[in-house]
Design a protein around this ligand. Sequence first.
Ligand SMILES: NC(=O)c1ccc[n+]([C@@H]2O[C@H](COP(=O)([O-])OP(=O)(O)OC[C@H]3O[C@@H](n4cnc5c(N)ncnc54)[C@H](O)[C@@H]3O)[C@@H](O)[C@H]2O)c1
Length: 255
Amino acid sequence: MNKIYAMTGGATGIGAAVKQQLIDRGDQVIVIDIQASDIVADLSTTEGRANALRALEEKAPDGLDGFIPCAGLGPHTKPYSLIARVNFFGSTAMIEGVRPLLEKKKGVIVVISSNSAPLPGYSEDFIKKLLSGDEEQACKLIDTLDGQTAYGGSKRALAIWMREKSAEYMRNGVRMNAVAPGVTQTAMTDGVFNDETFGSAIKEFSEMTPYGSVAQPEMIADSILFLLGPQSEFICGSVLFVDGGTDAMLRPTEF
Ligand SMILES: NC(=O)c1ccc[n+]([C@@H]2O[C@H](COP(=O)([O-])OP(=O)(O)OC[C@H]3O[C@@H](n4cnc5c(N)ncnc54)[C@H](O)[C@@H]3O)[C@@H](O)[C@H]2O)c1
């Protein structure tokens, strides 16, 4: 039987590849994005998130088989608080909001973290503020810090949030995991590669990938579809690094 999924950030990049793969196999996908989508919403605002959830409830009153919060902004985005608002608060608020629809159908969530999440040097205070749920305090702090902390910190907090919540979600029938992609060729990374501050750092990071090149969005989408599907039924609360071996190379003893 065909399934029905909702996702954010499906207009371009990794999200667009996920959407295409789901459609190609006959599933229905409802995309929420700030551009070209079924539900147009700005997930950096509480109002945008609430509007998106209302529209989604109308489009999928019988529930959802899965949800992929994929919308995200890169470290070159300014102000840095926008990164925290979309990557962390946009994802977590949407997951919490979509949860009742997922509980109706024992749905599955795949969160999009990053292999930059475990890198050292991010502000612990920022990560604590994100996890406390205090959006305004977290945003105030990050606007005094830097884009890499905003990005990597938001992705680390997202993975921790997912792991902290996953048992309770699972007990209510909703399975939740994350992927942590390495550098993938998308509009976001084009922006980072061309950025004065981040261009050389991301070039260096992507050149060290044991696989030998950056990923294509379809490679990340394949892993997301695996985590959405029945072959991963017993996997819950995991962060799957899909990064050509970079994380294992950098942190062989931590897992
Ligand atoms: N590309 C990479 O190297 C890489 C690596 C690790 C993780 N990721 C993560 O993968 C996800 C997808 O990124 P991508 O590389 O495909 O980038 P992308 O720029 O192609 O896609 C991001 C999507 O998010 C949407 N979006 C941005 N701001 C929004 C807002 N305020 N409200 C609603 N939608 C908004 C965009 O319109 C776009 O469709 C992001 O969460 C990103 O952090 C990407």
